[in-house]
Design a protein. Structure first.
Length: 279
């Protein structure tokens, strides 16, 4: 018997920077599993998670907020930090709990690239609140490499009067996409990248300022590292062993577009890790 899958809805919540946009998928009956909160890569939005949210929400509420300054969320006045992003997201979860939108208890978190760094900070700073962690792509570097990347932050295309940044950004994004992904997905994905405007590098700046390596090594929660063959394939496999309770699950041969191309395998792996048996 096939189960009715929940619909992904969109809404806004208050944050210290104004409105925080989020996507939410609810089960058709009362949730019996911890809430899962999903954090996206830069410079995208919670749109990343739409292909897998319904499949993950069979017995739990699944949230995919837009990081401040990306997607539909209002932005800070200036670049901020991973610690700040994590605090904003925990305040968002607390607000949803207070409003009766989520069941009580610890939550699970899932992150994609920049989102993985936010998950790690939440796991480090709020171990009482974070039960299990899923990470996808580890941009974790030593201090020298982080400094080098910070010094080159201007390499990211930002708005230009002649629109040349659009071509440059399209070329960059296309070099990272899986060649099998369809043209419609490519265009919609690119539109999400454009929404950040001149804020596009802010998420990357926050990542490179953060001691991701050191804080990964301090995580105590069970952690599943999903590793598609994207631009962080090599580095993820290089550093994954520092995570005390980490388990690596490789997806060779698939790059960006991963959630759409390997939707069923991703959902099954995450549901099994989060304590559910695959359908």
């Amino acid at each position: 018997m096939s189960l009715r899958v929940p619909h992904v809805e969109r809404a806004y919540a208050a944050s210290r920077y104004g409105q925080l946009h989020y996507r939410i998928a609810r089960p058709s009956t009362a949730p019996t599993r911890p809430t899962l909160v999903c954090f996206h890569q830069s410079p995208k939005s919670g749109w990343d998670y739409e292909p897998i949210m319904a499949g993950l929400a069979r017995d739990r509420v699944v949230l995919a907020p837009d990081t401040p300054g990306y997607g539909g969320s209002d932005a800070p006045d200036a670049p901020t930090t991973i610690e700040d992003y994590a605090q904003v997201m925990m305040a968002f979860v607390d607000g949803m709990l207070a409003a009766g939108e989520l069941p009580d208890g610890p939550i699970d978190v899932l992150g994609y690239h920049t989102g993985s760094v936010i998950c790690t900070e939440l796991g480090r700073s709020r171990p009482d609140r974070i039960r299990r962690i899923g990470l996808l792509g580890l941009a974790a570097y030593d201090a020298a490499e982080r400094a080098r990347r910070l010094a080159a932050i201007d390499r990211f295309p930002v708005p230009q009067a002649d629109g040349s940044n659009i071509v440059a950004l399209w070329t960059l994004v296309e070099s990272l996409n899986d060649p099998r992904i369809d043209p419609e997905w490519r265009q919609l994905s690119f539109a999400e990248c454009l929404r950040a405007g001149s804020r596009l590098p802010w998420g990357f700046r926050a990542v490179y300022q953060y001691d991701f390596l050191g804080n990964l090594a301090a995580l105590n929660q069970p952690t599943l590292i999903l590793c598609p063959e994207d631009d962080l394939w090599d580095n993820t496999r290089k550093v994954v062993s520092i995570i005390p309770n980490g388990r690596l699950l490789e997806f060779p041969g698939v790059a960006h577009g991963f959630f759409k191309l390997d939707r069923e395998q991703v959902v099954d792996a995450l549901r099994a890790f989060l304590g559910e048996d695959p359908a």
